[in-house]
Design a protein around this ligand. Structure first.
Ligand SMILES: Nc1ncnc2c1ncn2[C@@H]1O[C@H](COP(=O)(O)OP(=O)(O)OP(=O)(O)O)[C@@H](O)[C@H]1O
Ligand SMILES: [Mg+2]
Length: 268
């Protein structure tokens, strides 16, 4: 395979498999605070199970874990660029499936919630293969499915998985006619509403792959910026070039080379 070149000024951010190993302690979830900027009275608080998260490579739930270094570095770089540009919505996509978008989106959102004063809202916008809820082990009675079909209001579908300032809008089951749905005024309004409701909120949208359907291409222009995740050795040069063509008109905040071979660095 041809080597992938950095596509933005700050280059490729590598996330090694070591970063995705299980943390040693299980005390990740903190009791919810009652912060001024998010209404936990209405939002359902659901517990997280450490062993389930570890099995799904979610390492950032434990604030003191030494495994989340690469995620924390990525968080710093992403937030810096977003703040500089006044961006509040971030979409995460990849050329083809299985690059690690969902795992990365969850870890990044948790890292933002843990280490900043911002609220991180994670939305599952992979309407064909939604996996945010199951990766986190969330019970999902009502989700984006019900919201988009007018069977539930926003306050009924947002969940707070115990971590302060971490809010999730999961998708329970695949949504039919996903491309049409993603291009609808309803989805447009939802994105604007989520973006504008709280100023100190970062909204992360877990998208499907760019080259597998029209879904990501359709919805991408609606976000302030896009993060591209490339699985190490998973794509040809032609696939990357095709992605860059699709990304030409959006704000590409950076590219993550995921599943890199590099061994995790020790503290020193
Ligand atoms: N940094 C990593 N190192 C090794 N394996 C990883 C890493 N990140 C994710 N994985 C594994 O890769 C697989 C795909 O991860 P994930 O579901 O996050 O990918 P995705 O890009 O969201 O896939 P899809 O396109 O199907 O939505 C999972 O088995 C996950 O555990
Ligand atoms: Mg996914």
């Amino acid at each position: 395979m041809d080597r992938i070149k950095p596509v933005v000024g700050n280059g490729i951010h590598q996330v090694s498999p070591g970063a995705a190993q299980a943390p040693q302690t299980a005390q990740g979830a903190e009791p919810p605070e009652v912060p001024g900027q998010f209404d936990y009275v209405k939002t359902k608080v659901v517990p997280l199970r450490a062993e389930h998260l570890e099995r799904n490579r979610i390492v950032a739930f434990n604030k003191n874990s030494n495994m989340s270094g690469p995620i924390d570095l990525l968080r710093t770089q992403v937030l810096q660029a977003m703040e500089e540009n006044g961006w509040r919505t971030l979409a995460i996509t990849s050329p083809t499936p299985e690059a690690g978008k969902t795992v990365l989106a969850i870890n990044l959102a948790m890292s933002i919630a843990h280490h900043t004063t911002k609220t991180a809202l994670l939305v599952d916008f992979d309407l064909r293969r939604p996996k945010v809820g199951s990766s986190l082990g969330l019970p999902m009675e009502k989700a984006l499915n019900e919201l988009l079909s007018d069977q539930a209001g926003l306050e009924e579908v947002l969940v707070n998985p115990t971590l302060p300032r971490f809010v999730v809008l999961p998708t329970r089951v695949p949504i039919p006619m996903s491309t049409e749905m993603l291009s609808s005024p309803r989805v447009n309004n939802l994105i604007s509403d989520l973006r504008s409701r709280y100023e100190s909120r970062i909204c992360i949208f877990d998208l499907p792959p760019l080259l597998s359907s029209d879904d990501a291409i359709t919805v991408m222009p609606k976000f302030d910026c896009v993060l591209l995740v490339v699985g190490n050795g998973m794509n040809s040069k032609q696939e990357i070039e095709e992605c860059l063509h699709h990304l030409a008109t959006v704000n590409l905040i950076g590219t993550v080379l995921n599943k890199a071979d590099e061994k995790p660095r020790t503290y020193y």
